[in-house]
Design a protein around this ligand. Structure first.
Ligand code: C2E
Ligand code: MG
Ligand code: MG
Length: 695
């Protein structure tokens, strides 16, 4: 390309001379001559010269001033003085001031060589600068790429010192790149107890004689952080020595997520106990390594909690979780092996422990359940956990963990949570019962929805003195689509276990109140109707509110209702029972204790119970004629009740003889087939209006 020469020269003849010399020297240049400061300055930017040739003295301007301007505005452009005589001192001064060269006008033959060499030097410098610029760009690009990588990338020298580090490495080391450079890799990236191991690995990786391409790196740990070294590559260079590029990935979050996923898959988040699946694994392992000659039995005890939904509904999930955690604390006392306690379902736990066979076990199980039944304080509330147990023995009942747990579960399903016998051992017969029970459970759920399968019948209570019906007891029946009429004994205990008792109890209360309303509109003034409350209903926190709301809905007066509570239900937590009974009585309802005499009555409590009536259990009435003990007990109960100013209703009176005997013992009210079986509501009015003939 034709070089551009800016010529600062006032004499055209001299300018021509320059041009000729250059041409003679083979330089075909585009030359622009200027002679004043202004035109020189303008040409620097408009002409963009590759080189400046300048005379020393010009009228009104000077070569040295031109050089000054070049120094300020275009330092990279070569500047050669082409001048007449120039003393040595001046020549040195021009070079010091930044001139590239000078050519004397009487030695113009040197001009082309001087221009060529200045232009060459200039273009070389330009090229160098271009390359430098490109290198800088390339380097920033590389750094950006490395910084964008999520993996740690560091370059180490042969002593293991960090020479380069990307942003991920900075994050892992929690240090700035500047601080890391020059530090030993193992001191910065690993914790002190591991640094020696990391150092040794680096040494192996850097060893020029080692043929190990990729040493298997340990997981690098620094405080909480875990880094997997995924590759290390050795770069050899003759003049710089060995370099090692180490790449690693921070797996802290991934490991945490994996641990969490493992936890969720194997443990219950609320109690942190193993879940069913994990428990089965642990149990299986335990059974396989268990020494069979220990003389003890391995017991799998499934602990169920009844009425958990009511707890959650009434007190909230947080309170329910608190109850679960407290139960776990209590269960831990019995845990003989670290892993063998688990939450195997929403409301059941499994516990495995070794115990001596026979009496040991028979005593231990009720003891465990008793401890679990202690009240739990949650905020202001006292929650009474209703727990029950199902047990299976290894290897007697099953030799495989899954079957063993199933056996314990089958046994559990056969238990009525509120019964005195609140645990059961597995027997093979249980399995069929369980199947039937599960089916019945789902059918009961349906029945509650359809509303035409469940029916209330009413049995009159008769005043012996007058023959008048002074009360009716509401008794539920189930017109079952598959099994025809089912008595309550077939499904009430089931409803208790499977959490249906509260909805079922609500249904009974609503139906009774609706019936009273209907009778009222028909002009029938019905006597007090007694409604049975199961233990589960009785302890449900919503009881009072439910009863109150239902009575209001149907316009029923409290004196129209009596609530019957079994002796065992009221006695299981007497202090709590007293409070609830009192609240119900304060509302104006009557309270009766049902099936009295069969439970384990504590008479001191009975004295404190705010009740109106005792219902003498039919078990005594049945044999009252033949069993002198039953007669004696009946007499004692009636006498004691009168002492406590309680009325007595004798249940299950079937014969006149029984009636007479009960009357002679002081009983004034009876209920039984002698007068009437429980009847459909339409029949009640007729029964109530005509007094019965007593003898
Ligand atoms: P319960 O409250 O003691 O009711 C008396 C039971 O004795 C009734 O049985 C009744 O039909 C029966 N019975 C009455 N008189 C005689 C008699 O002279 N001879 C004989 N052998 N039996 C007689 P049912 O209806 O089968 O009820 C059994 C139990 O089921 C009830 O005992 C009660 O505990 C429970 N139950 C019934 N309905 C309900 C209900 O709506 N809610 C709750 N929670 N439990 C109920
Ligand atoms: Mg009853
Ligand atoms: Mg009864």
């Amino acid at each position: 390309m034709q070089p551009k020469i800016l010529l600062l020269e006032d004499l055209p003849a001299d300018a021509e001379l320059v041009q000729v010399e250059l041409m003679l020297g083979g330089i075909d240049a585009e030359i622009l001559r200027v002679a004043s400061r202004e035109s020189f300055v303008a040409a620097l930017s408009s002409f963009e010269p590759d080189i400046i040739l300048s005379d020393f003295n010009l009228p009104g301007f000077s070569g040295m001033s031109g050089l000054d301007i070049r120094n300020q505005q275009a330092q990279h452009i070569p500047f050669i003085f082409v001048t007449g005589s120039l003393g040595e001192e001046m020549a040195v001064s021009t070079l010091r001031s930044g001139a590239t060269d000078f050519v004397l006008k009487d030695r113009m033959a040197r001009l082309p060589a001087a221009v060529s060499s200045a232009l060459d030097a200039h273009s070389q410098r330009k090229e160098r600068e271009r390359v430098d610029r490109e290198l800088t760009t390339e380097r920033s690009l590389m750094q950006a790429v490395l910084d964008a990588a999520q993996a740690m990338i560091v370059v180490l020298d042969d002593g293991g010192h960090i020479m380069h580090a990307n942003a991920a490495a900075e994050r892992m080391a929690s240090q700035s790149r500047q601080n890391m450079i020059g530090c030993k890799f193992w001191e910065i990236m690993s914790q002190s107890d591991q640094s020696e191991t990391v150092r040794q690995h680096l040494q192996t990786a850097l060893d020029p004689h080692s043929d190990v391409q990729q040493p298997s790196w340990p997981m690098i740990t620094r405080t909480e952080q875990r880094t997997v070294v995924c590759s290390s590559a050795k770069l050899s260079s003759n003049y710089r020595g060995e370099r090692l590029v180490v790449c690693g990935i921070d797996v802290t979050e991934q490991e945490r997520a994996e641990k969490h996923a493992f936890f969720l898959g194997h443990f219950d988040p609320v109690t942190s106990l193993p879940n069913r699946r994990h428990f089965l694994q642990q149990l299986s392992e335990y059974c396989s390594r268990r020494d069979t000659d220990t003389g003890t039995a391995l017991v799998i005890m499934m602990v169920g909690m009844a009425r958990v939904q009511e707890i959650a509904d009434s007190y909230g999930d947080a309170a329910f979780n608190q109850v679960l955690i407290e139960i776990v604390q209590r269960l831990r006392v019995w845990q003989s092996h670290a892993d063998l306690l688990a939450r195997v379902a929403d409301s059941s736990f499994a516990l495995a422990f070794e115990v001596g066979r026979g009496p040991d076990l028979d005593m231990l199980v009720p003891h465990i359940l008793e401890q679990l039944r202690e009240p739990i304080k949650v905020g202001q509330a006292q929650i009474l956990p209703v727990v029950y147990g199902g047990l299976a023995l290894y290897p007697d009942n099953a030799s495989e963990a899954g079957l063993l747990l199933q056996a314990a579960e089958s046994a559990l399903h056969c238990v009525t949570p509120d019964s005195v016998q609140n645990f059961a051992f597995y027997t093979p017969l249980l399995s069929d019962q369980i199947r039937e029970r599960l089916l019945l459970e789902s059918e009961l759920r349906e029945a509650l929805k359809t509303d035409d399968q469940l029916i209330l019948h009413y049995q009159p209570q008769v005043d012996i003195a007058t023959g008048h019906v002074i009360g009716l007891e509401a008794l539920i029946r189930w017109r079952h689509p598959r099994l025809d009429w089912l008595p309550p004994g077939r499904f009430i205990p089931l409803a208790e276990v499977c959490g249906l008792m509260v909805p079922l109890g609500r249904w009974v209360m609503r139906r009774t109140c609706r019936q009273l309303q209907e009778w009222k509109t028909q002009g029938f003034v019905a006597p007090t109707v007694a409604v049975n409350l199961s233990a589960g209903q009785f302890s449900a926190p919503s009881l009072i509110e439910d009863v109150d709301a239902t009575m209001r809905e149907f316009g029923v007066e409290p004196h129209q209702l009596e609530l019957e509570l079994t002796e065992s239900a009221s006695m299981s937590h007497p202090d709590a029972s007293i409070i609830i009974m009192q609240q119900l009585r304060d509302m104006g309802l009557k309270i009766a204790i049902d099936d009295f005499g069969t439970g384990y009555s504590n008479l001191s409590y009975l004295k404190r119970f705010p009740v109106d009536r005792l219902k003498l259990d039919q078990a005594f009435v049945r044999d009252i004629m033949t069993d002198p003990d039953d007669l004696a007990i009946s007499r004692a109960i009636i006498a004691m009740a009168h002492q406590l100013r309680l009325e007595v209703v004798a249940e299950g009176v079937e014969t006149k003889e029984q009636l007479k005997l009960l009357a002679s013992a002081g009983c004034r009210t009876v209920q039984g087939y002698l007068f009437s079986r429980p009847v459909a509501p339409e029949t009640c009015q007729g029964l109530v209006q005509l007094p019965f003939t007593i003898y």
